[in-house]
Design a protein around this ligand. Structure first.
Ligand code: GLU
Length: 608
């Protein structure tokens, strides 16, 4: 995810582009750039870091002259956040410039093809193939060249393209990434969202999937992939800037919960080709994998709980023992680790200090390292032998949601990938699991759709002084994360317990009216958890069960139900956590908490 903007009109473009980019900075902020057509062709200015750096470099845009331009604020997916990898990217002949939001999934093949044809690449990005394709296909019409280029692209993109031959024209294209046109008088705009447009115009045209537009100072024409003009209506923008940044949601956390199906799809889609899982960034050979006799997953906070759920999938499918260790403990535990250990490091930011320290210690002891992080080019990504990015896009709310579910998704991908390499799962079961994995985005959406009763349930729970979350195996891992979400943002104390362990200790705390959230998404253990439900009910508990729709036995015992779509229990955490995130969100809202910035917490914990 990132932000793109474009302007063509009679005013100086660069200051407008920069002010639009500032509004889009919440979408991505590792580097930024602009390209403007002036008397001597295209001028590109780009730099790592925040938009403020670009403003400084260009004297707030005054140093770059021209009335047509494009801009980008990046959230790197392919290639580290460096000046060179920042957008816009230029064609070899300097006549074309491109900004791109999204991921070109088939960039590796296209890059090979273009290199064979003599094109040279300056950056490590997936995006750069686009600008070389446009140059290759340009035969006098930018529109045709962009349409031909788009027909070669797989993945997601919102593209903005400039060409010196048509200096007052911008061509844009959209597929699975947002793009909005801003309609002015004698000037027109495009942007990733309305925040960048509202200061200039309230008239917007929303591009649909697969549509293109040709934007000139006094006309905007939308067309489809055959070049045929599409009639579009103009919508009035009624949001203020703050609401627009959040996509109309009241909080970033809610927006990010809702984005999860798309985020998980972005993590899965480029890595599943037909009946295969392709992990381009994982280089261990089959023999090296066979040499691994133990996997240690290390992380902090929610990432640690993602590891707890991932353990069950990896052990069940790969039959390699998995230990999940808190990074802050592992680093000082004199761990038993050697070159036969694969260390999997989970961190959204890739900068978590405790996790980095644990990783360094394990590397020193000889472990192989696989990082699963969201931020490209982060410290953990650089330190690891291999890195699998989660491609969740920027997460603004301090309490993670899509960061957590995309980490789970990558762990599932790894589990299936390694199981196949090691030949540890029957082909039929493997294919079924792959199709279950592919169904995750749909099931998560379904879980969101079913969660409409969460605000009412939250009202009942908001005044609790303490809650219990119980479950077994993967269900317990889900309970741990569910309880953490509740504590983090609503400040309601929540205790997570392995369901079978309650009777060995804290069952005395279950008293009349105490609410217990029981996660029951594992068929094999259902009866066992039901026994625990009955135990707590006997002591007066109010049981809220998270269960699959048709599990009658659970339905019969629960006082309240949170229904989720049925999914293989090994993959259930990514789906069953969704209503619990929403429950925590609504309890926090009910209590008037500062949901996106809970007290005493920071997004990226870079201290010990
Ligand atoms: N995939 C592109 C890159 O890594 C675009 C990322 C974005 O949307 O910011 O440069």
């Amino acid at each position: 995810m990132c932000g793109i903007v474009g302007y063509t009109g009679t005013q100086e473009a660069a200051p407008m582009l920069l002010s639009g980019l500032k509004r889009l900075e919440y979408r991505g902020y590792d580097s930024a750039g602009i390209a403007v057509i002036g008397d001597n062709g295209i001028t590109v200015e780009k730099t790592t870091g925040r938009i403020a750096n670009l403003c400084e470099k260009t004297d707030d845009g005054n140093a770059v002259k021209g009335v047509t331009g494009i801009g980008h604020t990046r959230w790197a997916t392919h290639g580290a956040p460096t000046d060179i990898n920042a957008h816009p990217h230029l064609s070899n002949d300097g006549r074309f410039a491109v900004v791109h939001n999204g991921i070109i999934e088939n960039y590796a093949e296209l890059r090979k093809e273009l290199i064979a044809k003599g094109y040279t690449f300056a950056s490590d990005t997936d995006t750069e193939v686009v600008v070389h394709l446009v140059e290759m296909y340009y035969k006098g019409s930018l529109k045709t060249a962009v349409m031909k280029t788009a027909s070669r692209l797989e993945g997601s993109y919102a593209l903005g393209i400039l060409c010196t031959e048509e200096p007052d024209t911008l061509i844009v294209a959209r597929e699975n990434s947002p793009l909005i046109l801003g309609i002015g008088i004698g000037e027109n705009f495009f942007a990733s969202d309305v925040t960048a447009l509202v200061s200039y115009t309230k008239n917007a045209v929303y591009l649909d999937e697969g549509e293109f537009a040709c934007i000139k100072p006094d006309s905007v024409t939308v067309f489809d992939c055959t070049g045929k003009t599409v009639d579009k209506s103009i919508s009035r923008i009624t949001w203020d800037v703050e609401a627009a940044e959040k996509g109309g949601y009241e909080h970033f956390m809610l927006k990010e919960i809702m984005e999860q199906p798309a985020a998980v799809k972005a993590a899965l889609a480029p890595r599943i080709r037909g009946e295969e899982i392709v992990l381009d960034d994982f280089s261990m050979t089959e023999e090296e994998l066979r040499n691994i006799n133990k996997i240690v997953i290390t992380a902090c906070g929610s990432a640690y709980y993602a590891g707890c759920a991932g353990k069950f999938a990896i052990e069940a499918l790969c039959r390699i023992p998995v230990e999940v260790e808190l990074a802050s403990e592992l680093r000082y535990s004199d761990p038993i680790i050697d070159e036969h250990t694969l260390l999997i490091i989970l961190s959204q930011s890739g900068e978590t200090a405790d996790t980095i320290a644990a990783m360094r210690e394990c590397k020193r002891l000889g472990a192989r390292t696989l990082a699963i992080v969201n931020v490209v080019g982060s410290t953990i990504a650089k330190l690891a032998d291999n890195t699998l990015y989660t491609w969740a896009g920027p997460e603004i709310a301090v309490a993670t949601t899509k960061g957590y579910t995309t980490q789970l998704t990558v762990l599932y991908l790894f589990a299936l990938y390694a199981a196949k390499k090691l030949g540890r799962v029957e082909p039929e079961r493997w294919s079924q699991l792959l199709s279950d994995l592919c169904s995750l985005p749909k099931k998560m959406q379904n879980a969101i759709d079913k969660a409409h009763s969460m605000p009412a349930l939250a009202k009942k729970l908001a005044h609790s002084d303490s809650l219990f979350f119980i479950g077994r195996n993967t269900d317990w891992a889900i309970a741990l994360e569910g309880a953490l979400k509740m504590k983090e943002i609503s400040y309601v104390h929540a205790e997570s317990y392995a369901a079978g362990e309650l009777k060995h200790g804290t069952i005395a705390l279950i008293d009349e009216g105490r609410s217990v959230v029981a996660v029951c998404c594992s068929g094999r253990l259902m009866d066992k958890t039901i026994s625990n439900i009955i135990e707590v009910k006997a002591r007066g508990a109010n049981v809220i069960a998270v269960a699959f729709q048709n599990d009658r036995k659970v339905v019969a015992q629960a006082d309240e139900l949170i229904l989720v779509p049925k999914i293989n229990p090994l993959l259930s955490a990514a789906v069953a956590i969704v209503p619990l995130q929403l429950l925590a969100y609504y309890v926090a809202k009910e209590k008037g908490c500062d949901i996106d910035k809970p007290k005493n917490l920071a997004k990226s914990v870079t201290v010990e």
